[in-house]
Every structure is written in structure tokens, then in C-alpha cells.
Design a protein around this ligand. Structure first.
Ligand code: PMP
Length: 448
């Protein structure tokens, strides 16, 4: 049957049609079972069909699915905000619910702008981000993003008040003999210089993924980096915005990835693991300083989407977050994350085509390279990560591919982000199938 769904691929072989899912397994219309080892794009943090979440969604759908946020708030939205900011570490004070990560970043950019307007700093219109980053596909979020491939076609359409500094990449971006402290000092000095270049009182915020997801593959900054850039932002009166769309809500073992970095952001965005894929939802969380400025100023956010604070989406996210807390699943993220790293190291350690294995919690990447660690990446045209994704799907494994995009130094990688309910036998099966896919694609590509 011809499909009229506008998938990413309008020609070529059709992609499977998913018909049902339970736990880690998605079943397609041919009855084939695929292990969802990356939760799509690090979304499905509870796996599929979790009965307590399904039950909460059904109950809320029968009670109140939707009410426009300019007329009403709702019980699930209030309870979710209370759970996220009322009982959170740091000084988070307010939450705004949107439909996903890109909407969350657009909202964050406008919230930052409004903060500066409310506090009498209208010239702060410039945003600094990093070259190795992805913050969303809408034009504002894409302008902020450093992902070369995703920006390329739209570059002429992107607003100009965005600039990029070096990524905090200890795997590819370390100078010879540089330790963490020296690298952090160099990156902080570069950021300082960018603030100077843009001009005093002109930078609105510095934005970064706490752990880089899609662009670089589970890449954490060197120790002390975020504390150092927080000091630079403070010195220049700019806000710190952390993008935890992929790495947040427990994915790296703590609710917020910044808890492991000894900083608190002024504004943060979360999405994927917030609703675990049960409903489209993202959130902007803001600290007391920003919330207070808005409260003392115009009193409300100068921005809106039709589906903000969607009651059904909030009920789903609330149920997801309650299951994570009640079942103490972050303990399992820590345990299974360590097991995944060990199992990958056993399988791929010394592999001639594996350049690096890295990650935090259950956000883990395997980077490929022609000559193993320290070697050169595969040519982008070889599309190694895409081929591994395709081969893995044939073997019944869904894993998320990432092309090497940063200045030609980092290679293709494959991202694994199993749900927080994963068990040891799931980890074993995931690594076994990934191993088979990597071996067969690398053999093919090297012989080409
Ligand atoms: N920020 C980050 C760090 C992301 O990983 C993503 C999605 N991959 C986004 C923003 C955009 O989120 P969405 O696709 O839900 O719009």
C-alpha cells in the first residue's frame, strides 16, 4: 500500500510500520521484533506500554484532555510543575510546558530576552553557543545550534545574532599535553574573548548541552568546565541556559545532568525523558532570578503556543516521573550504565574500527574510526553510522546514528540510550547485535 505519511524518506525502500510495543520491544507489521536500544532519540525512558502511565493517560483523557492555557491551568500541569521545580535541587522556581525540545528552546530564547527587557537591558540580544551542539530544528533553535549538517541548507535564513565558540570536547579537542584544568582555562578564555568581541552588555546568554547528545554522541565536558563558564557569564551579566533535552530527566543518572557539574543554570530545557514518548512534551524551567524579574515586570510570559501546558501531556509526564521516583529507577540507570560501558569495552576494546566508547548513565556512544583510537574518521560519504543503523535494524536492533560533523575531527558514532528499566540480559543482547552490525558494516566499508 502506498503511504501518504510524509516520512523523512519519500523514495527508496519503505521503513517498517510499527504496530505495537511493550518494554524494550517494538513489533512491526510483519511481526518482526526490534529492541529499542536508543528509545528512538533517547526518548523512551520507561520503555513502551508502561501500565501505570497508560492508565494515567486514559484517566486524564476521560477527565480533561485540553483547555487553552490562556484561560485555564490544570491539575496535571500544576502537579508536574510542583514536582519539577518545587522538589528539585538548585533554585528552580517556575516551569512552562510546551510540545517538545525545539519549542522549549524557542521559548527559552524569548524568556531570556524578556528577562533582560524586564531588568532594563534591552541591548542584550546576542546568544553564544558552541560549534558542537544541537538545540532544535526551528529556525531560532537552529541558529543557536552548531551542527553543521543540520544548519547547512538553512544558513541564509538564520538570524545573525548568534555566534559559536569551541566545544568542550576532551576526546577530540584537547591540545597536546593539555590536562582538564588547562583545557577548561583555555575554553573559558575563549568564551571571555567572545563576550569582549560581541561587546559589553550585548550578550543575553550562553547556551550549551550539559552532555552533548546527537552531534557528538554522549560527550561530557572536562571537569570544572561548567563552573568556569558560569563565572564568565556572571562576570558579564549574561544568563546560563542549559539544554537537557536529551541528557536530562535522569538519563545520565541524576535527574538533571548539571547536578554532576557543580553549577545551576538560570534557565534549562528538558523534553525527551520528561514524557518518555507517551505524549509530546518539553519544558522550560527557570530559576528564581528570572521568575522574579518576570513577576515584578509584566507578570506573564510574552510568548505562547496553542498546546502549552497541555493537560493530557502533563498527566503523562507526571506519571512517567512518578514511576521513575517510586521504582527508584535512577539507581538502575547507574547500574545498567556501568554494565553497558563494561560490556561495550569487552566487545569493542581493541577493535580496529572503534575509536572511542563513552557516556554517562544510560547515554552512551560508540565512535567509529578507520584506525581505532586516535586514528582518522571514516569519510562522511561512506555513511558508516547510517549503514550501521540499517544493518542493526535488519538484526532487530534500533540504535541512533550520528554522522561526524565537527571540523572533520570526530567520526561517525552510534548512540545507545536504553530505557531506565533495562536489565542485564537486555544489555547483553543490545551489545551482541550492535557488535554484529558494526563488524559487518566496517568489513564492507574498509573493502570498498
Ligand atoms: N536539544 C537537544 C539537545 C536535542 O537532542 C534535541 C532533539 N534531538 C532538541 C533540542 C530538539 O528537540 P525536538 O526534536 O523535540 O524538537
Amino acid at each position: 500500500m502506498t503511504s501518504h505519511v510524509l516520512h523523512r524518506r519519500l523514495s527508496g525502500p519503505p521503513i517498517p510500520r510499527a504496530v505495537s510495543a511493550s518494554g524494550l520491544i517494538i513489533t512491526d507489521s510483519d511481526g518482526r521484533e526490534v529492541i529499542d536500544a536508543s528509545g528512538g532519540a533517547a526518548v523512551s525512558c520507561l520503555g513502551h506500554g508502561h501500565p501505570r502511565v497508560v492508565d494515567a493517560i486514559c484517566r486524564q483523557a476521560g477527565k480533561l484532555a485540553y483547555a487553552h492555557n490562556s484561560f485555564f491551568t490544570s491539575e496535571p500541569a500544576e502537579e508536574l510543575a510542583d514536582l519539577l521545580v518545587g522538589h528539585a535541587p538548585g533554585n528552580l522556581a517556575t516551569a512552562c510546558f510546551v510540545a517538545g525540545g525545539s519549542e522549549a528552546m524557542e521559548t527559552a530564547l524569548k524568556l531570556v530576552r524578556q528577562y533582560h527587557l524586564e531588568t532594563g537591558q534591552p541591548d542584550r540580544v546576542h546568544f553564544i553557543a558552541r560549534r558542537q551542539s544541537y538545540h532544535g530544528n526551528s529556525l531560532g533553535a537552529l541558529a543557536l545550534s552548531g551542527n553543521v549538517a543540520r544548519r547547512a541548507a538553512y544558513a541564509p535564513m538564520l538570524p545573525r545574532n548568534f555566534s559559536h565558540v569551541s566545544p568542550a570536547d576532551p576526546v577530540h579537542g584537547r591540545l597536546a599535553g593539555e590536562d582538564d584544568a588547562a583545557m577548561v582555562a583555555r575554553l573559558a578564555a575563549e568564551l571571555e574573548a567572545e563576550f569582549e568581541r560581541v561587546g559589553p552588555g550585548r550578550v543575553a546568554a550562553f547556551c550549551a548541552e550539559t552532555v552533548v547528545g546527537a552531534t557528538a554522541g554522549a560527550l561530557a565536558a572536562p571537569a570544572g568546565y561548567f563552573a568556569a563558564i558560569r563565572r564568565v557569564c556572571d562576570r558579564h551579566g549574561a544568563l546560563l541556559v542549559l539544554d537537557e533535552v536529551m541528557c536530562g530527566m535522569g538519563r545520565t543518572g541524576t535527574t538533571h545532568a548539571w547536578e554532576q557539574e557543580a553549577v545551576t543554570p538560570d534557565v534549562q530545557i528538558v523534553a525527551k525523558g520528561l514524557g518518555g514518548g507517551y505524549q509530546p512534551i518539553g519544558a522550560v524551567l527557570a530559576g528564581a532570578r528570572v521568575a522574579q524579574a518576570i513577576a515584578n515586570g509584566s507578570g506573564s510570559l510574552m510568548h505562547g503556543f496553542t498546546y502549552m501546558g497541555h493537560p493530557l501531556a502533563c498527566a503523562a509526564a507526571l506519571a512517567v516521573q512518578r514511576v521513575i521516583a517510586e521504582d527508584r529507577l535512577l539507581d538502575n540507570v547507574g547500574a545498567m550504565g556501568s554494565l553497558l560501558m563494561r560490556t561495550l569495552s569487552d566487545r569493542f576494546g581493541g577493535h580496529p574500527r572503534v575509536a572511542d566508547i563513552r557516556g554517562r548513565g544510560l547515554l552512551v556512544a560508540v565512535e567509529l574510526g578507520i584506525d581505532g583510537p586516535g586514528g582518522v574518521p571514516f569519510a562522511p560519504a561512506a555513511k558508516v553510522a547510517d549503514r550501521i543503523k540499517a544493518r542493526a535494524m535488519e538484526l532487530g536492533l534500533a540504535c541512533y546514528p550520528g554522522a561526524g560533523t565537527i571540523d572533520g575531527v570526530n567520526g561517525d558514532h552510534v548512540l545507545l540510550a536504553p530505557p531506565y528499566i533495562a536489565q542485564a540480559d537486555d544489555i547483553a543482547r543490545i551489545v551482541e547485535r550492535l557488535g554484529e552490525a558494526v563488524d559487518s558494516v566496517c568489513r564492507e566499508v574498509v573493502q570498498l
